[in-house]
Ligand binder design. Structure first.
Ligand code: NAD
Length: 248
């Protein structure tokens, strides 16, 4: 079975200059799709991802935006539709995490986390909905195991990631039957988000995971690509944990 359907499929991946987003953009390109690589600050890294996608023979567009601004959603969708005339799948991957105990949590940090991690994906998906409906497309939200487990130093982050699950489930109902909407829940994945870990903290994470190690970005990308693609044609409103057994 071919990985991609015969028609060209266009996917927008947010936060695609690094980590899980970059791995997802590369995986989707390898599967034969054209990819819009959104980035926030690092144009050089986004361009590196774009170059790799071009060498696979796929079309690519890099797009800068702060997803904490509501206007970014319509701007991104407009740029994609102008380039390709369609948008078939949207991967809401971008997110911010700042390790903070609850007592020290400021109003600004709370607002910023909710803006970027849950409001941004909502406004972007709202802007993309007409094109996605037309394409009979798919949306994937990148939530987190902390949506279920909670987080000892990231109550704002866990609240936002739990909010994404309510959003995902609601949009699965509201955009049906045209658009499938699902969420992935990564566990501990080896990206910049874990870069601040001490060696001890890393070892304790590894001990906590039933599979005995942290995950790789490409392992999450594989789940996202599955949910975007034709093999998930009867899957909507569901959550897929990619967490080594941390919380199924
Ligand atoms: P990462 O820090 O490398 O990636 C985060 C991405 O979000 C970056 O590309 C960044 O530019 C983008 N971003 C941050 N603020 C933004 C803003 N204001 N506007 C637009 N983009 C912004 O880490 P990652 O692990 O690759 O994270 C990807 C997603 O996976 C995030 O949503 C994260 O919460 C989620 N996640 C990660 C883990 C993990 O252990 N790594 C676990 C669970 C969930």
């Amino acid at each position: 079975v071919p990985a991609a359907p015969a028609a060209a499929v266009v996917v927008l991946v947010t936060g695609a200059s690094r980590g899980i987003g970059a791995a997802t953009a590369l995986r989707l390109a390898r599967d034969g799709h054209d990819v819009a690589v959104h980035y926030h600050e690092d144009a050089d890294r986004a361009e590196r991802v774009a170059r790799e996608i071009r060498t696979m023979g796929q079309d690519v567009l890099t797009l800068q935006a702060d997803l904490g601004r509501r206007a970014s959603g319509p701007e991104l969708v407009e740029a994609v539709v102008e380039q390709w005339g369609q948008l078939d799948a949207l991967v809401n991957n971008a997110g911010r995490y700042e390790r903070t105990g609850f007592d020290a949590l400021s109003e600004d940090a709370w607002q910023r986390t909710l803006d970027v991690n849950v409001a941004g994906p909502a406004w972007l998906t709202q802007a993309a909905a007409p094109a996605l409906r037309k394409a009979k497309g798919a949306v994937v939200f990148v939530s987190s195991v902390v949506a279920r487990r909670g987080s000892t130093h990231g109550a704002d982050y866990a609240a936002a990631k739990a909010g994404l699950l309510g959003l995902s489930r609601s949009l699965a109902l509201e955009l049906a039957p045209d658009v499938r909407v699902n969420a992935v829940l990564p566990g501990f994945i080896d990206t910049d988000i874990l870069a601040g870990d001490s060696r001890g903290r890393r070892r304790s994470r590894e001990r906590e995971v039933p599979l005995g190690r942290v995950g790789r970005a490409d392992e999450v990308a594989a789940a996202i690509a599955f949910l975007c693609g034709p093999h998930a044609s009867y899957i909507t409103g569901s959550t897929l944990a990619v967490d080594g057994g941390l919380w199924g």
